[in-house]
Design a protein around this ligand. Structure first.
Ligand SMILES: [Cu+2]
Length: 111
């Protein structure tokens, strides 16, 4: 019996990796008082954003996508989480209907 060489193992791993769809990431974004934290990475289409409200006030975030689509995440009381999966690439602006001072922007890359 012969053992596979490191090269064979690496090749098999490459095949497995390329055959599997890219794993979607879940990115947690804290909200403190009236500040939505920067996302810190460039998310991909299919990734999920999780906004966690650590403030003691309610927020109502909405995302404006590059094509003009607006997605409202609805009222988010203190201590609650809102989740959205990114469906399209391009520039996104996050704002709050209640607190116009809130603004966070990021870009979504395609897969
Ligand atoms: Cu707000």
């Amino acid at each position: 019996m012969t053992f596979p060489t490191l090269r064979h193992v690496a090749f098999a791993g490459l095949l497995l990796f390329s055959a599997a769809p890219a794993l979607a990431a879940e990115i947690e974004i804290p909200i403190h008082h009236t500040e939505v934290a920067d996302i810190g990475v460039t998310p991909k289409v299919g990734d999920t954003l999780t906004f966690v409200n650590h403030a003691d006030i309610a927020h109502n975030l909405y995302l404006t996508f590059e094509d003009g689509t607006v997605q409202t995440l609805d009222t988010q009381p203190p201590g609650t989480t809102k989740r959205t999966t990114l469906a399209r690439e391009g520039h996104v602006i996050v704002r709050c209907w209640i607190h116009p001072i809130i603004r966070m922007e990021f870009d979504v890359s395609d897969k």
